[in-house]
Design a protein. Structure first.
Length: 97
């Protein structure tokens, strides 16, 4: 991790993706995950939660390096799994409205 990323957590779309298995990178439960989350959705959900998101659209998830999915850096305000679940739930709410 680079120094500018200090105090930040990396949230990859794969972490929240219902279509991925745990071994392919999903870290939230199937119940909490969303189908194919977009960077914009993750960014606005993180902003809604007050996590100061920074989008890096040119990054590729290491487990699927051939696929440039981008990532979102958010403030480190707790365990990554908890924050990922909160972001996922916020995306679900946004999609429901």
């Amino acid at each position: 991790m680079l120094m500018r990323d200090k105090g930040k957590l990396v949230i990859w779309p794969a972490y929240l993706d219902l279509t991925r298995s745990r071994s392919n990178g999903r870290i939230v439960s199937k119940k909490s995950s969303v189908k194919e989350p977009k960077l914009k959705e993750i960014e606005s959900a993180a902003a809604k939660l007050g996590l100061n998101p920074e989008v890096e659209a040119d990054k590729a998830y290491p487990k699927s390096w051939w696929e440039v999915s981008g990532r979102v850096l958010v403030d480190d305000k707790g365990p990554k799994t908890v924050i990922a679940k909160q972001i996922s739930e916020a995306i679900k709410e946004m999609r429901a409205t």
